[in-house]
Design a protein around this ligand. Sequence first.
Ligand code: PHE
Length: 387
Amino acid sequence: MSKRFWLVIGLAALVVMLAVAGCGQQQAANQKVIKIGLIAPLTGDVKTFGESTKNAVELALEQAGYKAGDYTIQLIEQDDANDPTQATNVATKLITQDGVKAIIGSVTSKTTIPISEVAQANKVVEITSTATNPKVTVDNGQRKDYVFRACFIDPFQGKVAAKFALDQLHAKTASVIYDKGNDYTVGLAQYFMDTFKAGGGQILTEDTYTVNDTDFSAILAKVAKAKPDILYLPDYYQKVSLIGQQARDAGIKAIFMGGDGWDSSDLNYAVMAGGYFTNHYSPEDTRPEVQKWVQDYKAKYGSTPDALATLAYDATNLLLNAIKTANSDDPTAIRDALAATKDFPAVSGKITFDQDGNPIKPAVILKVTYDPQTKQGGTQFVASVAP
Ligand code: PHE
């Protein structure tokens, strides 16, 4: 072969190499990336909430191939430990240092309210999966218009619980105990009491504690004397399990009731058995969206998704859909697309937002079960209540 031949081949190869390299560079420049933050309590007193949430967000993104429209999603995860100060700090860092355009989270109202202030002030979109207190999206009558949620709100949840107690359990009296430093428990207690009283029920005792309290004997002695039909405990699973145990030890026979905060595999099922709580979804729901979701989650994580996981999945898909519709990484365009969402087929129900960024959808009532023989606890679907 002639030298010339090899020269031609060599040049051709060089041209191809340069073309490929150039193309690669162009692709990198064309690749649009949008950063999204996830804030959840991965440690602390409600860490099962954080674990479920993280699992579900990652599964939703995986199923979407980490894509929304022309954008590749980069997820940055942060732990708030269910602490409001830490929540504010990580939200600030995500926005000012990492440059996220949207935040999924957090999970509880006490951390999500401060995060919503940071998101709104910086005009970054926030969608919380499960924070149910009204103050998350509205502050003193002022709509925080970059903030949305995938769940119903506590005035509805408290009302559903009180009506169920009156109409289905034929309760006449109730006692209420709640954490006075937590917007979620304060709100839910109030909404429950308002509806219970308006429906002819009587609140026999109302007592509060603080987050670090572990001995409830003084309060429970009062409740034992009052003998209410219902003991309403609107707090998270750890605290209600503790209070429930001490209540039974004090001889209280009341039916326990509570809200979505009970939803955890770490609830003390043996103690809370026979109690009822309001929640966002039931894995027993036969709708195909629900059954596919339960299967997908089980296949990846080996357990049945709780409401936390389900709503985190819905929140992520709502956000991905808005980014795709806006086909933009501009938070204001994403906000507008979210606000315009109509009948989005979420697992927890069809989602359309009201003017406050809240979906209008049904609640379910679940009964806590426990089999002393197998030592297995769980929940049983009782009813679905439309708004
Ligand atoms: N709704 C609770 C809050 O606002 C959080 C929660 C939601 C807990 C769903 C469990 C299940 O603090």
